[in-house]
Ligand binder design. Structure first.
Ligand code: ADP
Length: 267
């Protein structure tokens, strides 16, 4: 057997392997397109009946003052669960769009300290009597980003911080280096234990479904996808019983999010 024969045989089997790999990839791509299509079709289909039922439930809900206590509780439960269902559907639709990589960023030049200032005015925090402490917002922190998505991430993080906050303060901190800008939302609540700082980003994961009322477990998964679309990162750190911190890092034009300027206080 000559060396040339060996090389010819090797190259044939490499070609076969490559071909079979390619056909596997095509099969997987097709499967995942079918799955995305299914999720998005189902979400659309469910929306119409949901709206009808929601309207009916609003009528019942608004009459709850005239009901006996048990019926009034049922009316409240009905409304709350339908609202939850609605946000679950919206989240699912969002995720199927990400999966289809149809997600388009509308980039603008934005100042993340402005985003932080707006977060400080969060009505949820105000209603819960929580004060938002702003740190590092005296220098503008400019990035190219989709303001709608960045706002959504920060609103999500604020809503979680309010939900899981154990004290009457939330911190929002901005920091930057040559490469990137980070914005952290920090609370002093139940915190995160073990590998929870990784699992919080899994779709549908909730530490305690019984306690996390109204949640879908999709908010952070979507927020992270939003961050990654920007070439950025979203990381979580926490200590059980002390608090948690979610750090969003967006690269500056030409920069990278690999070395975030902000170091977690819980690391
Ligand atoms: P949801 O809040 O709708 O349940 P999220 O994706 O926003 O979904 O969060 C997933 C889970 O991560 C929450 O149910 C909760 O268990 C945990 N989590 C999120 N934010 C915090 C936080 N600030 N402190 C502690 N746990 C948190």
């Amino acid at each position: 057997v000559s060396g040339e024969d060996d090389i010819a045989r090797l190259s044939t089997s490499f070609n076969q392997m490559a071909a079979s790999l390619q056909s596997q990839i095509r099969r997987l791509e097709k499967l995942s397109r079918v799955q995305q299509r299914f999720v998005s079709d189902v979400s659309h289909e469910l929306r119409t009946p949901l709206t009808t039922v929601q309207m009916a439930s609003e009528v019942i809900y608004s009459a709850r003052d005239q009901m006996d206590p048990q019926s009034a509780r049922s009316a409240e439960l009905l409304k709350r669960e339908l609202d939850r269902f609605e946000s679950l559907l919206a989240d699912l639709l969002d995720l199927s769009r990400f999966d289809a990589s149809a997600a388009q960023l509308e980039l603008d030049t934005i100042d993340l300290t402005q985003v932080a200032r707006q977060a400080a005015d969060d009505p949820l925090a105000a209603r819960a009597g929580i004060k938002v402490r702003l740190i590092g917002v005296d220098q503008p922190a400019i990035v190219e980003a989709d303001i709608r998505r960045i706002d959504r991430i920060i609103r999500n993080l604020m809503a979680n911080a309010v939900k899981y906050s154990g004290s009457d303060v939330i911190e929002v901190e901005v920091a930057q280096n040559d490469e990137a800008v980070s914005i952290a939302v920090r609370d002093f609540g139940i915190g995160l234990s073990g590998d929870e700082n990784v699992r919080v980003f899994d779709r549908f994961w909730r530490a305690d479904p019984a306690r996390a009322q109204g949640g879908t477990g999709l908010g952070l998964a979507i927020s992270r996808e939003d961050a990654v679309l920007h070439g950025g990162t979203l990381q979580a750190w926490g200590r059980p019983g002390e608090g948690s911190e979610f750090i969003l890092t967006i690269p500056k034009p030409g920069g990278s999010a690999k070395n975030p300027p902000l170091v977690s206080v819980y690391l």
